[in-house]
Design a protein around this ligand. Structure first.
Ligand SMILES: [Fe+2]
Length: 133
């Protein structure tokens, strides 16, 4: 799997959110490299844990901004955040339980898990915040 390369297309036009997204992309790439280089299960689990923890923190950041600027679609957006965290934690638990390595298919899943949300829901949030911040 190729790394995610940060480009203007992923920018939602709000610097503080873009900064978080860049960080998430970096951690995703660390995990991707770990898979390519056949790192230990322990290292893979630690990288996935870092990606999930950083995402949880980032979602709180976005949700605080949504509250501050009274984003009308906050309920829907928060529900999407919950689903994303649940699906990543489900994958993590499965891997830990079966002591299975992160495979290509998991990386493909995590790649779209990360980029689709940025390109859709976060894009709409960015358009709103650009007008009110
Ligand atoms: Fe979001």
């Amino acid at each position: 799997m190729k790394d995610i390369v940060w480009s203007g297309i992923l920018s939602i036009g709000i610097d503080e959110i873009d900064e978080d997204h860049r960080k998430l992309v970096k951690i995703f790439n660390v995990l991707n490299h770990a898979v390519l280089e056949n790192e230990s299960l322990e290292y893979l689990a630690a990288s996935l844990e870092e990606l999930i923890n950083c995402t949880v923190w980032h979602f709180s950041h976005e949700e605080r901004l949504m509250l501050k600027y009274r984003y009308p679609d906050i309920t829907e957006h928060k529900a999407e955040h919950r689903d994303l965290i649940n699906s990543a934690q489900k994958l993590q638990k499965e891997l830990l339980r079966e002591e299975k390595a992160v495979a290509d298919e998991h990386i493909v899943f995590l790649e779209s898990w990360l980029t689709e949300h940025i390109l859709t829901a976060d894009g709409r949030l960015g358009a709103y915040l650009s007008q009110v911040m």
